[in-house]
Ligand binder design. Structure first.
Ligand SMILES: [Fe+2]
Length: 459
């Protein structure tokens, strides 16, 4: 049996906290450094206008750092209601009296100045659970990075070109002729492991407490399912065969006319991205990768790269693919155990650039096989970064769960409504991910940067 998480990293010092706060803010400001019109417009009913996210991160910081931890009187109590995510669904947010872009920037910068004063004065050894180890600062840093990732999803939905920085990533692994990547699996030995954490100071309530889970042996894919793998499912008529689908998933793809991941379109086909096809440079099947399929990525059309992990698929599509492949999605316990009971699959040290694709180094997942140095103890690669991975599990509390610091963080979402995603994506900041981190969403959601890998029972 593996030990519980190794000794916790030293609680974050004030300098590190200040650096993390600044990094999250730099990111939010970069993603909202666009024309005012793009900030106030609603690009999709699934998303808030970007200017809502911007002021909301400041309001959240005010509520938790200034008022709850710092005992400071409200700066703008009249706007609390507007930025309460529980009071107004995203589709209704454009009709609220939102702060304009300039006012939102002023507001969040005013809050931030006072947050740094609270940080200066706070005792990080204080036993108060909000202050201990700087938890409340970890809460707002991770929250801001999560909204930054949401902003990227909004910008992707907007279809506006030229707003998002791309970059270089390591190459993938060369594929041998006739080799199918999805057949490469690693074996995870039977036995108990400690799931969740008690030790990581910035972990959320839903990751706690650490508890023993005993699993039989199982196989899990070494890599996330690639676009090339997924195209084989499409080519085999996967979207037209009810055998592979849960009844409610089948009804949903029929009703919505879904035949491919979100943002994909086929040569000559009219689709979500069809209006942009005229701008592409060269023709269909002979383009690098693609197989006749194109995708719209931050406003540009490009051939679908066969060796990248598939993204923008719903849980229903992931589940159907797995059944077609003779496998299933891993449970979240199986996913986490394959990481070896460490903060990251490679150990407890912060991610290096050769271990995982995190923090928007480029605006896409890296090819399958790009991070052998990030492998876990059983050999699974790219568990962290690239794409969020759907698991078969509902979002449920661990045994002994205690809501902290408020029930609306996790508790109100528990049940059989949301499926758990693990591992973070290329758009996730390293501070906001670890092997115990749990994300959750509706099984129909496709705008998030999510893909999956498969598993199967041993024997
Ligand atoms: Fe939020």
């Amino acid at each position: 049996m593996r030990e519980r998480h190794a000794p916790p990293p030293p609680a974050a010092g004030k300098e590190l906290i200040a650096t993390e706060l600044a990094a999250a803010r730099a990111r939010s400001l970069a993603y909202t450094d666009v024309e005012d019109d793009l900030l106030v417009r609603q690009h999709s009913p699934l998303m808030s206008p970007l200017v809502w996210d911007l002021a909301h991160v400041g309001n959240y910081e005010e509520l938790w750092v200034l008022r709850a931890a710092g005992g400071i009187t409200p700066l703008r109590p009249e706007i609390d209601d507007i930025y309460d995510a529980f009071k107004h669904p995203r589709k209704d947010r454009p009709s609220l009296p939102l702060l304009g872009p300039a006012e939102a920037r002023r507001y969040i910068s005013g809050v931030r100045g006072r947050v740094l004063d609270v940080l200066d004065a706070v005792d990080l050894e204080d036993p108060d659970p909000l202050r201990a180890g700087g938890f409340v600062f970890g809460l707002v840093v991770q929250h801001e990075h999560q909204h930054d990732e949401t902003m990227l999803a909004t910008l992707q939905l907007s279809g506006e070109p030229g707003l998002i920085r791309d970059g270089e990533l390591p190459p993938g692994r060369a594929q041998e002729a006739g080799e199918t990547r999805s057949e490469d699996e690693v074996f995870v030995r039977p036995g108990p492991f400690f799931m969740g954490t008690d030790a990581l100071p910035w972990a959320y309530d839903n990751e706690r407490p650490s508890h023993l889970v005993d699993l039989p042996g199982y196989w899990i894919d070494r890599w996330p399912v690639s676009n090339g793998d997924y195209l084989a499912f499409i080519a085999d008529g996967g979207y037209d065969d009810p055998r592979w689908w849960r009844p409610e998933g089948w009804e949903w793809v029929r009703q919505k006319g879904i035949h491919a991941p979100l943002f994909w379109t086929r040569d000559g086909a009219e689709g979500d991205a069809g209006r942009h096809i005229g701008h592409r440079g060269n023709g269909g099947r002979r383009a690098a990768g693609g197989d006749g399929w194109w995708r719209r990525r931050f406003g540009r059309m490009e051939p679908v790269p066969l060796d990248e992990p598939v993204q923008h698929v719903s849980w229903y599509e992931a589940d159907a693919y797995a059944r077609w492949a003779g496998k299933r999605l891993p449970t979240e316990a199986e996913w986490e155990k394959a990481c070896g009971g460490r903060r990251f699959p490679w150990g407890d040290a912060d991610p290096r650039p050769d271990q995982a694709n995190l923090g928007h180094r480029a605006a896409r997942p890296a090819p399958v096989g790009a991070y052998p140095a990030g492998a876990g103890p059983y050999g699974a690669e790219q568990m962290i970064g690239d794409v969020w991975e759907w698991t078969s599990s509902w979002f449920q509390p661990y045994p002994g769960f205690r809501s902290f610091p408020y029930p609306e963080y996790s508790e109100v979402f528990f049940g059989e409504t949301y499926r758990v995603l693990r591992g973070g994506s290329w758009a996730t900041h390293p501070t906001a991910i670890r092997t115990t981190f749990r994300n959750w969403d509706y099984p129909i959601r496709r705008q998030i940067f999510a893909g999956f890998r498969c598993a199967r029972a041993a024997g």
